[in-house]
Design a protein around this ligand. Sequence first.
Ligand code: MN
Length: 724
Amino acid sequence: MIYTVDMLIRRIKSGEKQYDLNKIEAAYEFAEKAHRGQVRTSGEPYISHPVAVAYILLEMCMDTDTLCAALLHDVVEDTGVELDAIRKKFGEDVALMVDGVTKIGKVPLNTKEEQQAENIRKILMAMSKDIRVIIIKLADRLHNMRTLACRPPEKQRKTSLETMSFYAPIAHRLGMYDIKEEMEDMALYYLDPYGYKEVQNALNARKDKGESFIDTIKRRIAERITDIQPPPVIEGRVKSIYSIYKKVYVKGKNFDEIYDIYAVRVIVHTIVECYNVLGIVHDMFRPIPYRFKDYIATPKPNRYQSLHTTVIGREGVPFEVQIRTVEMHNTAQYGVAAHWKYKVGLNGKVAGEKRFDWIRQILDQQQEADDVEQIAEAVKVDLAPDDVYVFTPKGDVITLPVGSTVIDFAYSIHTQVGNRMTGAKVGGRMATFDYQLKTGDIVEIMTTNSPNYGPNRHWLDIAKTNEAKAKIRAWFKRECRGENIVRGKAAFAAEMKRCGIPLDEEFIKQIAKRQHFDNADDFYAAIGYGGVMLSKIMQKTKEDYLKLQKPAETPPTETGIAEAISSTIAKKQSSGVIVDGIDSCEVRFAKCCNPLPGDDIVGFVTRGFGVSVHKADCKNVEEQKKNPANAGRWINVKWASGQRVNYQATLDIVAQDRTALAADITLAIAASRIPIHELNAHNLKNGNANISLTVEISGVEQLKNIILKLKKIDGVVSVERTGK
Ligand code: MN
């Protein structure tokens, strides 16, 4: 059946629900123009597909924007149209839905394992911030299944597998049983044609008998409930082919052993009537024990409600009876989509909010009296918002805690993948090591086979999972014990010196013991590979040392502390700059050139922010001096002498990336007793690393010394002071 836009419009006009026909027609024209010239495998013009999808959604009473998005759903993916054009013409909601459907279409589906399938179902739902995206995707898939006959066998199989593994379970989860059953039956038709035919043949052989059986039952029930007004609707049906197939082939039952091939449904008006009808049915037919289920008192998580019972008629044939109200029936058919059906008020207008942003509402934990929230809530139970789900390029799903980086991803695949990682691509693009993964990301790890390669020490700060951290530490522990001892010893010595504690062998042994190490080397090695954090043990070490020193009259550390205090005060008191002719005024150092003591400087009186100090040869100064409006704002400034003030300077270091590069740089700085304010490292595409380092120094001379030291470090290519 080919759906045309005229059918769509006619159907909209004949329905009760009000739609914005102009907008829908505009969406059709937009899509028709974009797809013009494209044909489906069946030979029909491509536009017939989006129209059919919109028609399916119209039958579910979805809203105007959903129908527009359905008409436009393949435009971005299959034609040159930009999402922005849709946003401008049809608004944010429609654009977001089109974008969501497009993105879900790109998720690599791997049907290999049950667990994987479950995870991907979660991802698909988590990715669609607006649940209408999933409903459109289901309608899209339903129509693709209906028209699958024209596709090549390979495609038929792949599409059917996906439908069976992902889309039908999602429909089930959302309570959209009609769609779910149709999808399953069609998928089975392609996946096991022989099994499908067998069930179909068995059903056909019993068709006449079955139909007259159902008719008899329907009539007999109707006769007994004539006092219920208006009269209930009684439907009879044969169970879906796939549900029978599962019982025959999966549970190994004989066709005649299946209790509920036939089912009768009684749709009443009130809940009281449901239980009345149940009593009458149990009076008329013998109930089979343990087959009664009260989903009215205890609804299914997806809000499904009904009474189910299986009884045996006079002919000895068992059949299932489902009893429910009209409202429950709508929910059973449309599931979550019933929400939109009920949002139609008496006057035909859409009541309530336009947008059902269910994931956001879940996250906000808002308690609304809307029962659709409960479905969302139920779906969310296993959505685990603390996790992100990402893919390998082959479509395997990796589950990681929120905040995980590509490093965590690499180590979760295999220790060797982590240890040999040189870089990572997310969605085909290079990503930094500290890139935080998002659900739906496709991550590719690049590795090297070079024998000297290993993880970087600062990965320990970037990794989120304990698994990755433990594996990185294990690598350092094993691969470079000698290096670790040296490194650990140096870091420890520097820290002890900073705290004013002499390096006493006995005392060190004592500290090592307290950390459960047999000897000092093991202790140093642990510091080297990060197993012992100096920041965590120094406080206690200092206390222990002071206790030992108590008898002494003046603890040597006191001067150290006094110095530290006075230097902080100095920093607060003064900038270390004397401004000509002004006693006290606010002084700021210009960001553009960041002058340091020893530099020639000049002051500029700003409007409202005191004096800004530049280097005399700063480019900005040269520029600004040309501006006559600034004449008279320039002022002489000079460095005050004898003041201990610290300044921040930022260095830009380029070096060949190697293991422990950042650690070596840190050590060199620490050895000069210079506080590090900030250190950021990232890899450049050419194999080099770029490290930006902010240190606190007293002046230009000290900075020059550091630059010299840094240049001597293995692999360092250049060191530049920034802000020149
Ligand atoms: Mn499509």
